[in-house]
Write a protein that binds this ligand. Structure first.
Ligand code: DGJ
Length: 709
């Protein structure tokens, strides 16, 4: 017993010990963050970097900067916290009170408690350190015994001191998400934020990469990758100060969100998730992928279903016979599930287009006379699962719901309504609305228990920003909306723990790690052009594993062969959104073969380590590989996009293999159905010399399977 206790204590001191009372160290396997309590009782961040070999050296570190800067004191730069007290005083000063670390399987949690001796504001900073994955999750709890208003309330503040800083952000627009842009940060502030309300992203994604001294590459350089787990307005502030220090503040966007905190209430910020890689962005991504599958994404370690979606095959133009035939197509194709998209609901106002019926979640009788039950019955008969599209947070102004419950809608009573995609957003801050939205899912599941999957869409940001429920606390609207959404999703997950759902928001509007606690996968973009998807999937892969990126084969970009489109989609969670009846028998056979190949490759693509070998940003080719955790199997995808005439072609040098193993390499998934010949190479050869996988042909793709013998 005593030996056991001693070994637990030893483990604790190795990862998160208190040093001579003045320091708190939070550490993963490779990195550590060191806080020092100054003589003035305030908390400073003394270090964040490669774990020092000798723990005693932490005591030698300079004090650093105040860890969680507050407004109103002597620092002249952006604060992390700003509280307005009821006497009009807007200052806060935080002093260290206590800290404690608890150890769990695979991670530690450290809570540092700070308090303002004058006003009694209390701040609890939480740091969860995932040892093996080198990932940190941090959030803050803010409370006060009196009524206060929170003006600024960051999840995290981090300090750095380097010669140079390079920020990589991912921005774009609808159907053009996650374009990578890098810039050097110089004195002053750079803000990346959004204020879309019901989603984090349309113009910029809630994640970034920050390299130190020089721009990090896939395999070299020190780089911080951070993301906010919040499905609403977010803000990252990067501020280089007068002495060349960089302060990174991450959290909810405080824009129009002064938050009224009642007496004794605690405000919990969303999680900021980050990893610091000492050898490039590839390692950082793999760390986040491992962490996400193991700790964050719903059913992160479970299997995923391939599917046939009808959206791009039919849009709103379908009826029962058409859908029954599509369910048969799903079976023919060999996928696991048929997913019925938008357009199945509304009777007074029928959903024949996107101008009406959102909110009226009853089947359109003349489109589907046998209801959803008729479809699930056919799916059961065919041996495929059935999934359904919903958008329960929204309402069309032409709907029975709007007619009955106008006070549930975020809208102005005294102004003309304006619409984004002809719809309005329901007021999820209102508990009655939360019950209603939960009831949409619960009602459908109760009526049609054979529904095996939902695609949960959210096509509009919050518009007409006024809640009749919030009355005088309008500035709580944005935050309470997202909190209300999570309350609903929690209830859905509690009642239907095994019900998988796809997170969608007019393409990639909702691609954040908090929502992914409730969803098994997400829809990265409405743009399914395979060339664009090479970039889009590349962008999201910086932070999210392939397992959560739904990738569908569609008819976008007919210049690209079916094989090219399929191969791009095989690098995510494969699905189809295409009319099989317009396909030749040969193409259909190819798709079927691809489903079989994908099912065999699932353990690599969905669970393995992803190596981005050649970036589409670099030129006319791209290549990505996935290696099983035991390094016995791998798959390499190679794409020639638009090679130039007589362009020089260089070999693709692989990564992540066992140098001592011999791999049998075979081209698979060929367009003509033939089998490639098998050649044996050592892992060392493949990772040193590489293979000539590129061609000079436009829009050409090849897939190679590697098996260690
Ligand atoms: C937007 C989604 O991203 C699409 O996939 C589709 O479901 C439409 N909404 C349906 O309205």
């Amino acid at each position: 017993m005593i030996t056991k206790l001693l070994s637990v204590l030893a483990m604790l001191s190795a990862t998160c010990a208190t040093y001579a009372k003045e320091q708190v160290v939070v550490a993963t396997q490779n990195t550590s963050i060191v806080f020092t309590i100054g003589d003035n009782g305030r908390l400073y961040q003394s270090y964040f970097g490669k774990k020092l070999d000798n723990a005693a050296d932490y005591a030698l570190l300079p004090l650093g900067k105040e860890a969680y800067l507050t407004h109103g004191m002597e620092d002249y730069f952006e604060p992390a916290l700003h509280i307005n007290h009821s006497d009009g005083n807007t200052s806060t000063l935080l002093k260290y009170k206590s800290h404690a670390t608890t150890r769990h399987e695979g991670y530690t949690e450290t809570i540092i408690r700070l308090a303002d001796p004058v006003y009694g504001d209390e701040v609890a900073m939480h740091y969860v350190a995932y040892e093996k994955e080198n990932v940190y999750k941090t959030w803050t709890e803010i409370s006060n015994k009196n009524k206060v208003t929170l003006e600024k309330f960051a999840s995290s503040m981090l300090h750095f001191y380097s010669k140079k800083y390079f920020l990589t952000q991912y921005d774009g627009d609808w159907a053009s998400e996650v374009h990578r842009h890098t810039q050097e940060l110089l004195f002053g502030k750079k803000v990346v934020d959004s204020k879309l309300g019901a989603r984090a992203d349309m113009f910029t994604s809630p994640f970034f990469q920050l390299s130190f001294d020089r721009e990090a590459t896939e395999n070299a350089g020190k780089v911080l990758v951070g993301t906010l787990a919040w499905s609403g307005n977010f803000r990252f502030t990067f501020e280089v100060d007068n002495i060349g220090g960089l302060r990174v503040i991450s959290g909810i966007n405080p824009y129009a969100s002064q938050y009224a905190l009642a007496r004794g209430e605690t405000f919990r910020t969303p999680d900021f998730i980050f990893t610091l890689s000492l050898n490039g962005t590839g390692t950082a991504s793999r760390s986040l992928h491992d962490w996400a599958r193991r700790y964050q994404v719903k059913d992160g370690l479970g299997d995923r279903m391939t599917l046939l979606n009808n959206w791009e095959a039919t849009y709103f133009d379908f009826d029962q016979p058409k859908l029954l035939s599509l369910i048969g197509d799903a079976k023919k194709l060999g996928v696991d599930l048929f997913l019925l998209d938008d357009g199945w609901f509304g009777n007074k106002y029928k959903r024949y287009n996107d101008t009406q019926a959102l909110g009226d979640w009853v089947v359109t009788a003349d489109k589907l006379p046998d209801g959803i039950g008729g479809l699930t019955e056919e799916a059961r008969r065919q041996g495929v699962k059935f999934g359904l599209w919903i958008e329960p947070e929204m309402v069309s102004p032409k709907s029975e719901l709007y007619e009955k419950h106008r006070n549930w809608v975020i809208r102005y009573d005294n102004r003309e309504e304006y619409y984004f995609r002809n719809q309005l957003v329901l007021d999820l801050g209102n508990p009655e609305v939360q019950d209603y939205v939960y009831g949409v899912v619960d009602g459908l599941m109760t009526r049609y228990p054979d529904i095996a999957y939902f695609k949960w869409d959210c096509n509009s940001p919050i518009t007409n920003i006024y809640s009749s429920y919030q009355k005088a606390s309008q500035s709580n609207l944005y935050i309470d909306y997202v909190k209300g959404l999570y309350r609903v999703l929690k209830r859905v997950k509690a009642k239907y723990p095994n019900l998988p759902m796809m997170l969608c928001s007019g393409g990639g509007g909702r691609t954040d790690y908090e929502a992914l606690k409730y969803f098994v996968e997400m829809w990265p973009s409405d743009n399914t052009d395979p060339v664009e998807r090479l970039f889009i999937q590349w962008g999201y892969s910086q932070v999210f594993p392939a397992k959560v990126q739904c990738a569908h084969v569609t008819s976008w970009n007919k210049d690209a062969s079916l094989k090219f489109r399929v191969n791009v989609a095989m690098m995510g969670k494969l699905g189809f959104d295409i009319n099989l009846h317009e396909m030749s028998a040969h193409d259909l056979a190819y798709c079927k073969q691809s489903v079989t190949d994908f099912n065999r490759l699932k353990p690599l693509v969905l669970e393995g380590d992803q190596y981005r070998l050649i970036s589409p940003y670099e030129g006319n080719h791209a290549s990505t590989m996935y290696v099983s955790k035991d390094r016995l199997r791998a798959v390499v995808f190679a794409f020639d996009v638009y090679p130039r005439y007589s362009e020089k072609l260089y070999p693709v040098v692989m990564e992540g293999l066992d140098p001592a193993a011999t791999y049998h390499v075979k081209e698979i998934n060929r367009a003509d159905g033939s089998q490639g010949s098998v050649t044996a190479y050592s892992g060392n050869y493949l990772m040193t010399v590489g293979l000539p996988l590129f061609t000079g042909n436009k829009l050409c793709s090849r897939v190679y399977e590697l098996t260690a013998r």
